[in-house]
Design a protein around this ligand. Structure first.
Ligand code: PHE
Ligand code: FE
Length: 294
């Protein structure tokens, strides 16, 4: 998720990775295709194969269809320009390369203009299943396939606009929880069973199993107010997943102006990540046991 500008930019600059590379005011840059090493391509392929093998029957149809429709490269880091040809045709979205996390208002402005900022760099072999900042695999494999769904594509754009507004209202903490519990860690109920649509889950092998099948986390029906009051964990798997019934449900629930909602929720108490509260639609009550992060 997008916090403040991190050390990534400085790190890449110091390593000479950005030499001769223009960084635009909106933090985008040309995807430096020549900088990818053989090791980068191999990590992409290993992660792609690992996830592609396990996601059928776990990821939602939109996600699996998205990989196909976009013709996402399997054996090398995708060229964003090639992805964009198909993505543009599908929903008018684009992927743009950035050095890493960008400032909130820059991130929101990209989304509001149907541009998804993706980190261009690839993780190292030591970070195969967990990393603290989004890399190219998380951003491109995890987020981009969902953008072929017209409703989800509109939701992401609306989120960007809502972000700019929430920032002015001092409500980013509440809005960030919505992104976290939907775009990053969302589950969806289908007739075939529970499925994943959150990018943070589909890009991780162990969380793809944990989120759907493990007894430890809670799984609760989607509830906008509940989500906006709920803390989340960034250091481990989620304690609670929220389950939508459809992307229309998600989009419709978030359509109203949030201004009065922020004012109302501001005075209410917040919930711990693992809490179960009165009024929750409990699909599964977690055991609350700590997951062992491998
Ligand atoms: N309706 C929200 C608002 O008024 C904007 C929004 C839409 C936020 C979709 C998130 C997701 O702020
Ligand atoms: Fe992400």
């Amino acid at each position: 998720f997008q916090g403040t500008l991190t050390s990534k930019l400085k790190e890449q600059f110091d390593a000479g990775l950005l030499a001769g590379q223009a960084l635009h005011a909106d933090f985008t840059m040309a995807q430096p295709l020549a900088r990818y090493t053989q090791a980068d391509h191999e990590i992409w392929r290993a992660l792609y194969d690992q996830q592609a093998a396990m996601l059928p029957g776990r990821a939602c149809d939109t996600f699996l269809q998205g990989l196909e429709t976009l013709g996402m490269a399997r054996d090398h880091v995708p060229d964003f320009a090639e992805l964009n040809e198909r993505l543009m045709r599908a929903t008018g979205w684009q992927v743009v390369a950035v050095p890493g996390l960008v400032p909130d208002e820059v991130f929101f402005d990209h989304l509001a203009n149907r541009r998804f900022p993706a980190s261009w760099w690839m993780r190292t072999p030591a970070q195969m299943d967990y990393l603290q900042e989004p890399d190219c695999f998380h951003d491109v494999f995890g987020h981009v396939p969902m953008l072929i769904n017209p409703v989800f594509a509109d939701y992401m754009q609306a989120y960007g606009r809502g972000g700019l507004k929430a920032q002015k209202l001092g409500a980013l903490d509440m809005l960030a929880r919505l992104y976290w519990y939907t775009v990053e860690f969302g589950l969806i109920r289908t007739h075939a069973g529970l499925r994943i649509y959150g990018a943070g889950i589909v890009s991780s092998k162990s969380e793809s199993i944990y989120a759907l099948d493990d007894a430890r986390p809670n799984r609760l029906g989607f509830d906008l107010r509940r989500i906006m009051r709920t803390h989340y964990r960034i250091d481990t798997f989620q304690k609670t997943y929220f389950v939508i019934d459809s992307f229309d449900q998600l989009f419709d629930a978030t359509r109203p102006d949030f201004t009065p909602l922020y004012a109302e929720l501001r005075d209410q108490r917040e919930f711990a990540a693992e809490a179960i509260e009165d009024g929750d639609r409990v699909l599964h009550q977690g055991t609350g046991q700590e997951p062992a992060l491998s």
